[in-house]
Ligand binder design. Structure first.
Ligand SMILES: Cc1ncc(COP(=O)(O)O)c(C=O)c1O
Length: 473
């Protein structure tokens, strides 16, 4: 007969003490596989605790496989309870990674795309279809070429790539940096990670746009940063909402996507750019300008200056080649003052996040293709055609929806008045499309990647939308 109370450790919470007690009794051999434990009510009495405390301990021991409940018979020490047989209970680790609603929706869309049903239309994925990806020519390379290329690596990246990116920024965006102001990274997301990790401390607050591509980004959680959202109007972030956040939450950094914002496609007006820069200067807050779509403006004859041009000191500019060469190319860059670049470079090296020399060499070669700029211009022309065709179709098929015709990027943004459309309906109709909820929007909206729609797919999308609307009426 076990003197239960004598073995209960002095520890809080009590249910943990009970778990420990039972495990230690098994370890010492005082309880063996198949032994029956007293009923929960009785054990609670013997230990002078509430029954719910014993139940909680038992539940966890059952989940860990230490004890088992047999219906109608009671609770027993299980067969695997021997100390050497006890294993990590992966289940408890896996369920602790709870997913938000938008992450869950994202997973459902990815599952649909992975299943590749015959009639799938994918206007959710955020990359170009293969036929639009520019075709760059590469010389034959040997493994030795990559090893030799390491001689040209600087702490901020592969020197020829830094030079190529600098020229690209000058040519396409009229941004003039010295090479000490540029750091090569593995893309915009990594650049943002380095900024959050290197310039902020856990608990600091950042402001982003709403809706935003970064709405459910795990970057903020990973760096311990609090994130607040300010609404976006047709001409860019709402200044009133942003200032309120800055004051209320002592925002330390503002992250903006002024050109062809993901998901709305909106372009921040020149007036708004000047006002945002001024507001952040007043509060001495740096801005991160995410210009991942900056290369894909359809009309480049009258470009609006970047925030970086308006305030070179306070704005950290980040961009990448993901939207031209595919996200897997994983090459991006940060342009900031030399002091900021030095700090971010240190973090990048400490965390061993330096981009691979192979990616850097290959991208440099692609950018050195004499047809690079021509191909980029052709891509923009094709994107513009697809944007207009998709816009016309949506206006015709969805007369009471609001369709926004973008001036660049990949996305058409559609908002609609009725609230009947659920993600499940789209998935049931094998249409992968991004609902506004993925970007933190409470009202109904859709983001459509028109770049993926050739003439045939556009007709298919039209028919699918008609069928979906009919099914929900
Ligand atoms: C606004 C925005 N920022 C950043 C990214 C991610 O860019 P990267 O692939 O360079 O990390 C994306 C990708 O879709 C995006 O839309």
């Amino acid at each position: 007969m076990i003197e239960w109370l004598q073995y209960l450790p002095e520890q809080k919470p009590k249910y943990m003490a009970i778990k420990k007690m039972i495990i230690s009794l098994i370890d010492k051999g005082q309880l063996s596989s198949g032994d029956q434990l007293p009923p929960e009510r009785q054990l609670a009495k013997l230990l002078s605790v509430n029954r719910s405390t014993v139940t909680r301990a038992s539940d966890e021991l059952v989940a860990d496989g230490v004890i088992e409940r047999r219906v109608g018979s009671g609770t027993f020490v299980s067969q695997q309870a021997r100390p050497q047989a006890r294993r990590v209970n992966w289940h408890t680790y896996l369920i602790s990674q709870r997913q938000s609603q938008s992450q869950n929706e994202r997973r459902q869309l990815q599952q649909l795309i992975r299943r590749k049903p015959e009639k799938l239309i994918d206007v959710y994925s955020s990359d170009l279809p293969l036929e639009l990806v520019p075709q760059f020519q590469f010389p034959a390379l040997t493994w030795q070429d990559f090893i030799t290329a390491q001689a040209l690596e600087t702490p901020r990246g592969y020197q020829p790539l830094i030079t190529a990116i600098n020229q690209l920024d000058q040519h396409n965006k009229r941004l003039f940096f010295t090479e000490e102001q540029l750091l090569m990274t593995a893309g915009v997301q990594q650049s943002l990670f380095l900024i959050l990790q290197g310039l902020l401390t856990p608990g600091d607050a950042v402001a982003i746009e709403s809706p935003s591509f970064f709405h459910d980004s795990t970057l903020f959680e990973a760096t311990g940063v609090r994130v607040y959202e300010a609404s976006v109007d047709a001409d860019g972030i709402s200044l009133t909402a942003l200032e309120e956040l800055i004051i209320k939450h002592r925002v330390k950094l503002v992250i903006l996507n002024p050109d062809y914002q993901n998901p709305t496609g909106h372009v921040m007006s020149f007036q708004k750019r000047k006002a945002v820069v001024h507001l952040c200067q007043m509060h001495q807050i740096p801005i991160v300008e995410d210009d991942v779509f900056g290369w894909l403006g359809f009309d480049t004859t009258r470009p609006i200056p970047t925030l970086k041009q308006l305030d070179p000191d306070n704005v950290i500019y980040i961009s990448s080649l993901s939207k031209i060469m595919g996200a897997s190319s994983r090459i991006g860059w940060v342009a900031a003052t030399p002091q900021v670049i030095e700090q971010l470079t240190r973090v990048q090296h400490e965390m061993d996040l330096v981009p691979s020399i192979m990616a850097q060499v290959m991208v440099t070669l692609a950018m050195g293709d004499p047809q690079f700029q021509t191909q980029l211009d052709q891509l923009k022309g094709m994107l513009q055609e697809r944007a207009q065709a998709t816009y016309k179709m949506l206006e015709r098929v969805l007369p009471d929806w609001h369709v926004y015709l973008p001036a660049g990027g990949y996305y058409i943004w559609v908002t609609y008045p009725n609230h009947k459309l659920r993600l499940k309906t789209f998935i049931d109709h094998q249409l992968a499309v991004a609902p506004g909820s993925l970007f933190g929007l409470k009202t109904d909206a859709l983001r459509i990647n028109f770049a993926r729609l050739n003439a045939i797919d556009l007709v298919a999308l039209e028919q699918r939308l008609v069928a979906i609307i009919k099914a929900t009426e």
